[in-house]
Ligand binder design. Structure first.
Ligand code: PMP
Length: 365
């Protein structure tokens, strides 16, 4: 039988990585993945079912996703050739890294510059592609440090700079003047502002996109109630979209997703508004309740989750909550200032109350 030595074929960097594996156990209260609570009305559900029932199952999807891209373009007041759709923003992130990978300056590997802590897929996706990743720590207020970022920019000119605003897991948005400064300093690199949580935030960044040629934006339906569709998109210059299109798999976004996402964007804005206003009101209520617990400090959030400090090691609190049927996110393995931090997604009122009660019990144990 012919033998296969995977090790000989594998990119060595892969060996040190582990696959992204969310906890798939069953918990009474799941507040770990920044999904939105299920508040979909029966009428909206019926409308989606009606559209899904008309799917031409035997046909490939529209390879250009024209209807969906038109709906996105109309919503963001850009043209259709400035929109690229993907299987979640995750796919768009990997596509950017795949395409914009010509090493710059005297470097021999393409470089990604990002902050830490931030969304892990930037780093994971770059590492999988054998790229160099520079992670610049956020400052004490979880904002971008301009001196540290400019130092990193001068050390090695990056291909891509990823900045999430609001940031995951901190829920914070970078100071606008600082962000502007970073974009100027990063000239030559594409700065991707990831707006996955923008629907819950004070600031959007379309103005930065219009002002700076080296800015692109990322959006998703995952955080506003439609994670199941797996739809994300990029807003970028038509020249960039055209290049990404060459590497994009032709039928990446399935027909049901194209059709249903178009309905979500064109007809269900009232449903989305209901989700965001519920979450923002609950975010305020949960933040206040957290602040009243001894030793707990919630960071003011612009997203659909709260980043909080715990008086006990985060690992202990995380495990304690889990034993009580409440799943949140902990980053304790990374140590340092994350060892006393948890991230909790805002859910329904009942889920939030269950979390608060479990946390209260756990801390007074
Ligand atoms: N960007 C950020 C900042 C995120 O937190 C997430 C999801 N955790 C994503 C992108 C990925 O979203 P999608 O479901 O669209 O792939």
């Amino acid at each position: 039988m012919p033998e296969l030595s995977l090790a000989q074929l594998l990119r060595p960097e892969l060996r040190e990585l582990s696959a992204y594996s969310p906890d798939t156990g069953s918990y009474a209260v799941r507040l770990d993945a920044n999904e939105a609570p299920d508040l979909l009305s029966p009428a909206a559900r019926a409308r989606l079912a009606e559209v899904a029932a008309r799917t031409a199952w035997n046909r490939y999807p529209d390879p250009r996703a024209r209807k969906l891209r038109a709906a996105i373009a109309a919503r963001s007041a850009v043209s259709e050739d400035e929109v690229l759709v993907g299987v979640g923003s995750d796919e768009v992130i990997s596509l950017l890294l795949t395409v914009l990978c010509q090493p710059r300056g005297r470097t021999t590997v393409p470089t990604l510059l990002t902050t830490t802590p931030t969304f892990v897929m930037y780093k994971l996706s770059a590492k999988v592609r054998g790229q160099r990743v520079l992670e610049v720590p956020l400052d004490a207020d979880w904002d971008i440090s301009v001196p540290a970022m400019t130092r990193a920019l001068s050390m090695a000119p990056p291909n891509l700079v990823f900045v999430a605003s609001p940031n995951n897991p901190t829920g914070t948005q970078p100071d606008p003047a600082r962000l502007d400064e970073i974009i100027e300093a990063a000239a030559g690199a594409l700065v991707v502002i990831d707006e996955a949580y923008a629907d819950y935030a004070a600031r959007r960044h379309i103005d930065l996109y219009r002002k700076h040629e080296n800015v692109a934006l990322l959006r998703t339906l995952s955080k506003v109630g439609f994670a199941a569709l797996r739809l994300g998109w990029l807003i970028g210059r038509p020249e960039l979209v055209a290049e990404l299109d060459k590497a994009r798999l032709p039928y990446n976004v399935a027909t049901p997703t194209q059709e249903l996402a178009t309905v979500v964007l064109e007809e269900l804005s009232g449903e989305l508004a209901r989700v965001t206003s519920h979450v923002m009101a609950e975010r305020e209520r949960v933040s206040q309740a957290l602040a009243a617990l001894p030793g707990v400090e919630p960071t003011p959030s612009e997203a659909n989750f709260i980043w909080l400090s715990t008086p006990l090691p985060a690992e202990r609190v995380f495990e304690g909550l889990k034993a009580r049927g409440v799943l949140v996110r902990s980053f304790h393995q990374r140590g340092g200032r994350l060892a006393h931090r948890l991230r909790v997604t805002i859910g329904t009122r009942e889920q939030n109350d269950a979390f608060l009660a479990a946390l209260g019990d756990e801390l007074s144990r």
